[in-house]
Write a protein that binds this ligand. Structure first.
Ligand code: PLP
Length: 294
């Protein structure tokens, strides 16, 4: 991948009221080594991240991404990020992102074992071309996530509502979905409720109501889903959060996986059972998601 930019951040305390964090940033060569071997993000996946979509130099939905970074830090008992410092880093990153679509990643690691502070950095890379999934759609395989819908409240140490760096399971699920002839996965709880995809949120259409699984701690609250729900409400549609049995996906009038970089991908089939696709509505979603959004 042709990385465009990388910035190491010396994390400031959350109550540091400086208005200029320039001397906490150091731009580095994105293709050169930058982490030490004791880094806990690489040794244990012990850290959190955000992926922000960038369109023609504009980072989308920065505030919701920063809010989720802070939420993930709290769940993981990492020092609270200084959001003004991260916002300033994002402004630098977006200036280096160029034309077209790109992705800014924010990474906050627990740091080096017994080290003084967390390690933090920001990268920019070009986005892949997602025209095909956005226009032709994706088939999904329903995969067991292995825990019941009420587990997150009972087992907070599983960090289920946090966007942690530990995505090995998510990537394995996508590989399994591909082995089954699908393009992506939708996780289902062990008691039969749909959750989310490994890297996206699920939205189901039922008549004129758009429904997404309730973010009850077991899934990430997607910034794209939130933004699209605002847009749908403005267009006069109903939106709702519900605990949805897997039959709700099979019986949907339409369904999408939505995320910050791929945006809205209509689901064409669930485990080989086809779903209706509304190409025009999907195109309007992606047009909205590609427009500058704060
Ligand atoms: N759920 C998971 C597990 C994800 O990894 C992601 C995005 O990476 C999402 C949902 C969608 O979140 P967002 O719309 O903020 O990209």
């Amino acid at each position: 991948m042709a990385w465009r930019f990388a910035l190491m951040i010396d994390p400031a305390a959350s109550d540091d009221a400086r208005t200029d964090f320039a001397d906490t940033f150091s731009e580095i060569d994105p293709s050169a080594p930058a982490l030490t071997v004791g880094e806990l993000s690489t040794q244990r996946g012990d850290g959190i991240f955000e992926s922000i979509g960038v369109v023609d130099g504009h980072a989308q939905e920065v505030q919701p991404h920063l809010a989720r970074l802070a939420h993930s830090a709290e769940i993981c008992e990492l020092p609270a990020p200084n959001l003004e410092q991260w916002r300033e880093a994002i402004i630098r990153a977006q200036a280096a992102s160029g034309e077209g679509e790109a992705v800014i990643k924010l990474i906050l690691s627990r740091g080096v074992e017994h080290g003084p502070t967390p390690t933090a950095w920001v990268t920019v890379a070009p986005a892949a071309d997602f025209t095909k999934p956005r226009t032709e759609g994706i088939a999904v395989a329903v995969l067991d996530r292995g825990y019941s819908i009420d587990l997150p409240g009972r087992a907070p140490w599983l960090l289920l509502g946090a966007k942690t760096l530990s995505y090995a399971v998510n990537m394995a699920a996508i590989r399994e979905a591909k082995r089954r002839g699908a393009d992506d996965a939708v996780f289902v709880s062990s008691d039969g409720f749909v959750l989310e995809a490994p890297t996206a949120s699920l939205i189901i259409r039922r008549g004129d109501t758009f429904v997404t699984p309730a973010p009850n701690g077991g899934i990430l609250h997607g910034t794209t889903q939130l933004s699209l729900f605002d847009h749908l409400a403005e267009r006069g549609f109903e939106t709702a959060y519900e605990t949805l049995p897997v039959s709700a996906l099979h019986d949907a009038d339409a369904a999408w996986l939505v995320s910050s970089v791929r945006l809205a991908a209509p689901i064409t089939a669930v485990d080989e059972r086809s779903l209706p696709v509304d190409a025009e509505l999907t195109a309007s979603f992606n047009q909205y998601l590609l427009s500058p959004r704060d």
